[in-house]
Design a protein around this ligand. Structure first.
Ligand code: GAL
Length: 351
């Protein structure tokens, strides 16, 4: 395992943005930018020993400064939507920044994907990259000074582990995730409809037409949302099932089947062409499976790739979207002085 640091570019205010390259002894390589805690590239081996970059992104910092698709980003304070950007906590009504029609999306106008993180290397046998950020009381409308640490750990079994920790000096809400867009056939290889995916969930949260969970939890059984066994992403993606038409594809939160073990295997995805397989493990209760329905070819990505609709999929592990406004969902409240502590592992192998 090794970590290398290089300058990625300068922010308009002149501050330096660094890119850290994590490498393991098998040649797997992950690049992380201190702007937005973004995973810029992830090289992993296919079944013939050739390496592919399996995440969408930009070649330079400028792309990330202009882009609005959250490629690879560390999302916070609150992943996904909060209806009308409002919520009640301890009898007080909070009004967050709204940046998705009348709703709050992925932390607001300047979410964690658009801030500069402070990097430190924790040199032990794993060589950990830790990104830290202090989100001040009132930022984007959220209560509490929130101290966030996210560790990026690349292991010798080809796993990228993301360990999220946070504390606040006031009661607040928090929901952190990573927004990598995966394409296991290679980032520039076109649509992911032939990828097979498994999501370990018997239920999903039903959305309204603005992609906000209504509070209803529905069985996947007999619906195009059933991914309990490996199924091609494209099998039912054009179905007229109302939930799919609302999302223009998959853009929903699945209620993960949890086990006694703190880290549950919650999803698997495979590209049979490269043989690259991804297993996702998490401590979180939900995963947003999103089939890049908002990509429209306007993003020029790495190596001049043009990213079109459904050219990738995201598996964003998290508390359920809008959970602060749905009392039957697991609560995303972080009490003052308590610790938010979640892990997600993306493990790569070949078939
Ligand atoms: C997803 C979200 C989508 C879209 C996307 C970013 O997490 O579910 O609706 O907002 O992020 O373009």
């Amino acid at each position: 395992m090794s970590i290398e640091k290089n300058l990625f570019g300068l922010l308009p205010n002149g501050k330096e943005v660094y890119i850290y390259t994590l490498k393991n002894n098998n040649g797997m390589e992950v690049k992380v930018s201190t702007y937005g805690g973004t995973i810029v590239s992830l090289l992993t081996s296919d079944k013939n020993g050739e390496f592919h970059d399996v995440v969408l992104g930009y070649d330079s910092l400028e792309g990330y400064l202009k882009g609005d698709k959250y490629f690879g980003a560390l999302v916070g304070r609150f992943a996904n939507r909060i209806q009308y950007g409002t919520f009640k906590l301890n009898d007080k009504e909070y009004k967050l920044a709204t940046n998705n029609g009348p709703n709050h999306l992925h932390g607001g106008i300047k979410g964690f994907d658009k801030v500069l993180w402070n990097a430190t290397l924790i040199e032990d046998k794993n060589n950990i990259l830790q990104l830290s950020y202090l989100s001040v009381d009132g930022e984007e409308g959220y209560p509490g000074n929130l101290n966030v640490n996210v560790k990026y750990i690349l292991t010798e079994d080809n796993s990228l582990e993301l360990h999220y920790e946070a504390t606040s000096d006031k009661d607040t809400i928090i929901n952190l995730t990573n927004h990598s867009y995966f394409n296991l056939c290679g980032h520039s290889s076109g649509d992911v409809l032939n990828h097979k995916i498994m999501i370990n969930a018997d239920k999903f949260t039903v959305n309204d037409k603005y992609s906000i969970p209504t509070g209803e939890i529905r069985n996947v059984d007999g619906t195009p949302m059933d991914f309990r066994t490996l199924t091609p992403i494209g099998a039912n993606i054009n179905s007229d099932y109302e939930q799919i038409t609302f999302g223009n594809g998959y853009d929903h939160n699945w209620v993960l089947n949890t086990t006694d073990s703190p880290l549950t295997k919650v999803a698997k995805a495979i590209c049979e062409h490269t043989g690259i397989s991804l297993d996702v493990y998490t401590t979180q209760p939900g995963v947003q499976f999103y089939t890049a329905n908002f990509l429209d070819g306007s993003d020029i990505g790495k190596d001049n790739a043009i990213y079109n609709m459904r050219n990738a999929f995201c598996l964003e592990t998290q508390y359920f979207p809008n959970s602060i406004n749905c009392s039957n969902f697991k609560s995303p409240i972080l009490k003052a002085g308590e610790k938010y502590d979640h892990k997600t592992i993306y493990k790569f192998s070949t078939i």
